[in-house]
Design a protein around this ligand. Structure first.
Ligand code: HEC
Ligand code: HEC
Ligand code: HEC
Ligand code: HEC
Ligand code: HEC
Length: 367
């Protein structure tokens, strides 16, 4: 973890500062326009020369560095980051070292992915630190934006060939917070084989036409399909793009920071909803009771899916996928339920699309 204090000690940094001071001065956050050029020299014939062109904008001064690198700002960020699920990394031990999981579940795995890796085992995986997401400035003169390890459009995992682009720093978030599996993976299972240790597998059963096999108690899009849902994709049913997708993740989850929300806690902050042209003076995420309605409909769908044999569990201990064969219609309802559940926003991310997914599930279950 770096701080401005550490940076100050670095000799290269001192030289850069010295150069900035001597060469361009240190006017402050946004360098003021440079001086008007001097009047031209008098011409040979004695006529006055043209006035000089306006000077170029002065280089950004060192104070600009402090808008981000001040001890106060860095301490606030570190405190806020300590509250984050990324800093806690509860599942790093479980998933951060495994080849098929590490690109999203450990700092080292993500670094390998950024270098073009295909997913590697990591011997001692660790949770996110500042440098999991941040690189260094490419230039201190021209590039004083926040340096990020990744800013490019997101390559979809569940829909190979598709990209999503928030056109801002949220592409970093979305690279990990997306579906790992589309419903087509489950639709494609047409037979199930025994897994014999000697490789002597035999056919266990055939999945008939009009049926789908839910093959694991973890079946579904996998735990963070937020990018897909924001782009109105991932479940059965379509809708127009949501207003929220133009926000990206960072404007709601970072933006304004207080002691427990926003900024580097990555917890959504209601202050970020109360923006002119968006929602005025809301005090909870349950805007117009949309979350209450969402949760009620989800509860009814879950119970019907238990009856259909697609889920097990109950409202108190929670539901999870139930291994077995269901009809196409039941599977569509199940998959939509899992997308909506694993999105974890209780309906906020894309209300219009979520209404479509809920309606498809309800219709397919005869509700
Ligand atoms: C818009 C915010 C912002 C501004 C302005 C900014 N930086 Fe940074 N800088 C960062 C972030 C974020 C990092 C990466 C996180 C970290 O290493 O602490 C970083 C990293 C660095 C590093 C690398 C530190 C390390 O340990 O790897 C140096 C050196 C640095 N900045 C110097 C400067 C200087 C000098 C200026 C002014 C000319 C400046 N920065 C302006 C946000 C900023
Ligand atoms: C390298 C992949 C990766 C990146 C990049 C990433 N996340 Fe995460 N995020 C995860 C994983 C994995 C978890 C769960 C961590 C755990 O519990 O071990 C998580 C947890 C979270 C949580 C907490 C969820 C909870 O249930 O408490 C939020 C909120 C979140 N991320 C939002 C963001 C935002 C916003 C960004 C972009 C600024 C982002 N993430 C960038 C992978 C990533
Ligand atoms: C494409 C990125 C990605 C891959 C690959 C990935 N995960 Fe995740 N996983 C996430 C994100 C993001 C979260 C946090 C989602 C949230 O909180 O909404 C998460 C959450 C989890 C959780 C917490 C679940 C919960 O209900 O809170 C577990 C457990 C998990 N992942 C296991 C795995 C395992 C095991 C693998 C490999 C077989 C894997 N993940 C592969 C992105 C990924
Ligand atoms: C999960 C990814 C992630 C991690 C981990 C992370 N940051 Fe950031 N950071 C971001 C993003 C995204 C932005 C916002 C960029 C933008 O404005 O578009 C940002 C912005 C910043 C800024 C400039 C804005 C501000 O609030 O001053 C600084 C400075 C910064 N980070 C420092 C840090 C430090 C120090 C750490 C470690 C304690 C850290 N970051 C950890 C993703 C991350
Ligand atoms: C319009 C604002 C908005 C946008 C855009 C948005 N989120 Fe959210 N997100 C929320 C709100 C609000 C909640 C929490 C709802 C609640 O707790 O009732 C939430 C919940 C979550 C959660 C679950 C957190 C937890 O503690 O369980 C994760 C993870 C998450 N969002 C990630 C993302 C990612 C990644 C993106 C971008 C791909 C994103 N969000 C875009 C507002 C937003």
């Amino acid at each position: 973890m770096s701080s401005f204090k550490q940076i100050k000690l670095h000799p290269v940094f001192l030289i850069i500062i010295a150069l900035l001071l001597f060469a361009v001065g240190c006017e402050g956050p946004e360098g003021p326009a440079g001086p008007i050029g001097e009047a031209g020299l008098a011409g040979d014939t004695g006529a006055p020369g043209d006035s000089g062109a306006t000077g170029e904008t002065g280089a950004t001064g060192t104070l600009a560095c402090l808008t981000c690198h001040s001890d106060e700002n860095m301490t606030t960020i570190e405190t806020s980051f300590a509250l984050s699920g990324h800093a806690a990394g509860n599942y790093v031990g479980y998933a951060g070292g495994r080849g098929s999981c590490s690109r999203c579940h450990s700092s080292e795995g993500f670094e390998n992915f950024l270098q073009g890796g295909e997913g590697v085992d990591i011997a001692s995986p660790s949770a996110w630190t500042c440098s999991t997401c941040h690189s260094n400035h490419s230039s201190l003169e021209d590039d004083l934006t926040v340096p990020l390890v990744l800013n490019s459009a997101i390559a979809s995992i569940s829909l190979p060939g598709t990209t999503y682009d928030f056109e801002n720093s949220s592409n970093l978030c979305g690279t990990c917070h997306q579906s790992r599996r589309g419903y087509d993976y489950y639709e494609a299972i047409d037979s199930v084989w025994t897994d014999d240790v000697n490789g002597d597998d035999s056919l266990a059963f055939v999945v008939g036409d009009g049926e789908v096999y839910i093959n694991s108690s973890h079946a579904g899009p996998h735990h963070g399909p937020q990018t897909n849902t924001l782009f109105g994709e991932g479940g059965y049913g379509t809708s127009s793009l949501a207003t929220h997708s133009s926000q990206g993740c960072t404007s709601c989850h970072m933006g304004e920071a207080d002691a427990t929300e926003g900024g580097h806690s990555f917890n959504p902050n209601i202050a970020n909803c109360n923006v002119e042209g968006c929602h005025t003076s809301e005090t909870s995420f349950d805007i117009n009771s949309k979350q209450t309605d969402f949760n009620t409909r989800m509860g009814v769908i879950a119970e019907a899916l238990v009856t259909a044999g697609a889920l097990s569990g109950d409202a108190i201990d929670g539901y999870h996928p139930h291994v077995g064969i269901v009809t196409d219609a039941q599977f569509k309802a199940f998959f939509n339920y899992m997308v909506l559940y694993e999105d974890h926003s209780h309906g906020v991310h894309n209300p219009g699309y979520f209404n479509t997914l809920l309606t498809v599930a309800e219709t397919n279950l005869g509700l």
